[in-house]
Design a protein around this ligand. Sequence first.
Ligand code: DAH
Length: 340
Amino acid sequence: MKDTLEKIRLNTLESLKNAEDEAAIDAINLAVFGKNGSLTEILKGMGKLSKEERAAVGQLVNGVKKELEKELNERKAEIAAKMQELRFAKEAIDVTEPGKISMPEGHLHPMTQTYREIRDALVGMGFTTYEGPEVEYDDYNFTKLNLPLDHPARDMQDTFYVNDKVVLRTHTSPLEARALLNLKPPFRLIMPGRVFRVDEVDASHSPVFMQMEGFVVDKDLTLADLKGTLLTFIHAVFGEDVKMRFRPSYFPFTEPSAEVDVSCTLCGGKGCRLCKGTGWLEILGSGVTNPHELENCGLDPKEWKAFAFGLGVDRIASLKYGITDIRLEYENDARFLKQF
Ligand code: DAH
């Protein structure tokens, strides 16, 4: 009986070692401790033994029973832990794995891109942005800028009047007056914003469009400072190869005044359809600020000098990207905007 017991013990330990899953453990449990299990049979057979033998064998059997029960439980726990680990490994989510659906990515409007290129080049030269209202006093939009009520140049721009004294600003130039009245010079400003004119919508006109004014006030400034400033941002927007040309012009708020052209972005200056054969494209108005404007805003023109320039952001974007219809820049057709 002792030998049988030892055999059961060794067999069971061996099978426990080889068991791979919980079902195998349950089978061993049944084969050893079940109703007809090998150890149960031994316990049943103990009735035939003498009293002394029973005590000795009983102790042995109990020892083996305890040992095997302990081994079985340990192995069962071990297998359960391993199973859980496998399950966790299978269920793990790799959060760094790229997604299956690619999200559509937007980008900046070509006009915003162009504006930011101009702005960034100017910020690099010490400019900061300054903004003001779209509904503006006639006084700031015209009078303070050396355009009194009876000035013929008021007809250069067709104005939306809100009432006698208030207009929708026709340009960003009223911000010059606001800056002069509110800020302490010296300063260098970029003044962007929407402007409004009574115009029918067509390929080159829109009643609302975006302008940007540059305005510098300091003790001694010359036309050369204006030229250098313009050339720097023109190169940033159109590339280093583009040429700049100053052409004498007239604006009430500047004296002298100049319109600025760049060599044609399409033909490089040879002459084509875009530049109407001239080789040049007009991009902005500029000049040395008229002393009357400084005076109107409380600055002594003997002490302070200023220069200014104003441009249409949509026009610059059109020339840069070869857009031939201004409406495309304001209609937000995704098929058009996707190209930039
Ligand atoms: N305000 C002018 C316009 O809307 C543009 C302009 C011209 C602005 C000359 C200036 C300037 O500051 O000096 O047509």
